[in-house]
Design a protein around this ligand. Sequence first.
Ligand code: AMP
Length: 482
Amino acid sequence: MRSRFFPLMSFDELNLIDPILSALREEGYTTPTPIQQQAIPQVLEGHDLLGIAQTGTGKTAAFTVPILQILHQTAQVERHAPGRIRCLVLTPTRELAIQIGESFAAYGRHLPKLRSTVIFGGVGQHPQVQALKRGVEVLIATPGRLLDLMNQGFIDLRNIDIFVLDEADRMLDMGFIHDIKRILPKLPARRQTLFFSATMPGQIQELANSILRPNPVKVTVTPVSSTADTVTQAVYMVEKTDKPALLEHVLQDQNIRRVLVFTRTKHGADKVVRTLAKAEISAEAIHGNKSQNHRQRALSNFKAGTTRVLVATDIAARGIDVDELTHVINYEIPNEPETYVHRIGRTGRAGANGTALSFCDEEERAYLQDIQKLIRRQIPVVQGHPYTSSLVAPVPLSGGAPIKRPKGPAGRPPRPGRGPQAGGQARPEGGNRQPNRGAERSGSHAPRPSHAQASSRPEGGAEGAGRNGQRRSRGNNSGRNR
Ligand code: AMP
């Protein structure tokens, strides 16, 4: 995690007990992140919390740390019978559940009387049931498996003091809302509730209102607005119908070893995977419509390097913690500029260099303008690539002709219940038109973005060319090897 996110303050100022402070030191944490600074004291005081923050902000420790302290301190005073579940954390995916379980284990390593276990679907229930029978104070669960084991009588939620609902918007995206509504009545009304979501569409706000006590403490972590210098950025101006072929072309560059490709919709992600499969490029998609098992397998293959390209929607990508991501590709430009910053922050981590490439079509030029304004820099335009089109002009940082916002699906806000990326370009992308092979290609490699130059001119001398004419400026290119 980068230090630029943190104002200076230390964990010692948060009234934490020694066993937890030692654990945090052993984790190498010196400074609490903004959400930790704001949330930890409030949670310790027993307030309900509405946290608007996403993965990567340090939100897991923001709730695990005070929960451990509360459970430890109240156990001493109130003499709770050991082995009763006193804290339930509900989270949408297995990966997040495991990560949260690891956090409880790590920050609670000097509090051995507090035991936690993680339950999720897609695997045999026997070991999970055994762990529950041995007794735990903290249960981290995905909704489906929790309901399953509750219905079988293995889980009793009557002693819950603290309930955490994590990634509420993603829960909604993955269709867990009904499971949650079945679980809620089983929780004691007198409890402390911590509610986290990265976004707050109407349906999530309603859910929060129905779960939290009135006037919860609200903590919002302001979206990041700057991009790391370790990420090289470049944008390809391209017509929408040429994006599949451009992606295939760009992926000829074998320096792109491990790449996360972002699409706005689940449907779009599947379509990209199909395009790449035809080109024999190993790719898998992860999004809310995929099963837990599928997502887990896709992620393991990606981490192991057997899958080179992982295609994800923004919500699904949040849980992914993959080191050594060489590239991020914005196959579609997000309509929220902060999302761009989050996306490209997935590469160039821990001082490593990363590259973020964006494919911008005519309709997305307004989004590109928003992004450039937010990050206060011009993203260099890749010149002379095989799909250059005079119909999609570069976007200057300032000045230039006004850019019209798209009226179609790409510009519409998401429909409630469909997730933030829904309502985007779910339309077919106009086929996989192949360019004239004889006249194109600059070898097998994509242009190096680091050499790309920013330009506000129409590109490549193809100004004014018709759609069927010489509209693409092509370099001295050779054929592509399939
Ligand atoms: P999260 O947003 O909870 O997924 O956390 C993102 C990453 O930040 C995790 O890898 C944590 O281990 C790490 N992290 C959390 N809090 C801190 C901190 N105060 N200092 C350094 N790293 C942290």
